[in-house]
Ligand binder design. Structure first.
Ligand code: BEZ
Length: 393
């Protein structure tokens, strides 16, 4: 039974038990609050990402006067620790114990895959504000699962195209060995090799290990024209510092999906200066919505926003478009899904729409790290849609 129906049945049963049957039609039509389950990492290497997503989501709600489509928002929060082994149990806490109306999460692709299985099985609405797992826009796409971020393929593909255009012929890739890193490498290789390059070696280490030394020694001996990596959060800062300290930054250009340098440049203490990355957000976008978003974010949280904050903000916007459609009535999922599919999200990154597979169709920017900023260089690929192979909806 869909969550809203379960809840309505319980309300009716309670009222009938109290002999308040005459109140039943009124109760059934009262605008209920919306219960939002935030399942994100608040500890570990991705903790800052989970916090930024939460901040962005709450900023949008605050801009709406503290409600979404006139409904009070009640939050239920679980720290998923970026641990896939705990993901099903953590999701069930929100779905079965707290009976949330919508799941918002998460950062780590492996955790998101397990979360989405629970969402599909229980028909709970889910909005992914980061995790890029390609499958969720592919064979595991579902009518009740949406994403306001990216697929792992999207920024990696754009970076591969740029690296090939720069004339590099060989590349070594290096990443954590899990879906996000492996799929990013696949996207990079696809575009790089289509542009005449060759990935000569793919190096990996377990997530969230940060002992990079042996791998950096191997990179130095392979002497490729370029290196492509996928790292994010605390591990990204450590990697770039180690790459620089090993003397590689001077000799072998380092490229990445922009997660390497988003929200991490300060922690790199200058080692990231000049790095080129590709992402669906950048500093210095001349977009009025972005300027407004950044001003308010800095005032509230006393720091600059990053891509994760933008994705959280847009998750709240997308939810509002679904809630607007049911106009204070019961949260009919089919009505909400239809409205969310048709929404244009007025994002700080630039307005975007969703593909048939419920993933943003968006510009991917080339950025250059300068001081604390990932400065916009140009648009690497315009309106890039994930190919959504295997998605049947
Ligand atoms: C992922 O696991 O999908 C992911 C984590 C951090 C940044 C980007 C993607």
């Amino acid at each position: 039974m869909e969550k809203q129906n379960r809840k309505a049945t319980r309300v009716v049963a309670v009222l009938a038990g109290l002999g308040l049957a005459t109140l039943m039609p009124l109760a059934a039509h009262a605008a209920e609050k919306v219960k939002v389950g935030l399942m994100l990492p608040y500890t570990g290497t991705y903790a800052a990402l989970g916090n930024a997503i939460t901040n962005g989501f709450k900023q949008y709600v605050a801009e709406q006067g503290g409600t979404l489509a006139g409904r009070e928002v009640e939050y239920f929060v679980v720290d998923d620790e970026s641990d896939p082994a705990k993901a099903t149990e953590n999701t069930n806490k929100l779905v079965k114990r707290d009976e949330v109306d919508v799941l918002v999460g998460t950062v780590h692709s492996g955790v998101a895959l397990a979360m989405a299985k629970v969402a599909r099985d229980t028909k709970t609405l889910m909005i992914i504000p980061n995790a890029g797992a390609d499958e969720l826009t592919g064979p595991l796409c579902a009518p009740n699962v949406f994403r306001t971020s990216f697929t792992n393929w999207q920024p990696a593909y754009a970076m591969g195209k740029v690296a090939a255009e720069k004339g590099h012929k060989t590349a070594v890739t290096l990443t954590w060995k899990y879906a996000a890193g492996e799929q990013a490498v696949e996207g990079f290789a696809k575009a790089f090799e289509a542009g005449g390059g060759k990935v000569v070696k793919q190096l990996t280490l377990p997530f969230p290990n940060v002992e990079f030394q042996a791998l950096l020694t191997e990179v130095a001996s392979l002497k490729p024209d370029a290196v492509y990596v996928f790292f994010a959060g605390g591990g990204a800062a450590k990697f770039v510092k180690d790459y620089d300290a090993a003397g590689l930054k001077k000799s072998i250009p380092l490229y990445s999906s922009g997660f390497l340098t988003d929200g991490t440049l300060e922690a790199m203490g200058g080692a990231g200066e000049g790095l080129l990355t590709a992402l669906h957000y950048a500093d210095g976008l001349e977009i009025p919505k972005d300027k407004d978003f950044r001003t308010k974010y800095a005032m509230t949280y006393k720091m600059q926003p990053d891509v994760y904050a933008v994705q959280g903000y847009d998750a709240a916007q997308l939810l509002k478009s679904g809630l607007d459609a049911v106009k204070g009535g019961k949260l009919d999922q089919a009505t909400m899904v239809k409205a969310m599919e048709a929404a244009t999200i007025d994002s700080p990154r630039g307005a975007f729409t969703l593909s048939k597979a419920h993933n943003p169709v968006q510009d991917i920017y080339l950025r250059k790290a300068e001081g604390k900023d990932n400065k916009l260089v140009n648009v690497a690929v315009k309106k890039l849609a994930d190919p959504a192979r295997g998605c049947r909806m």
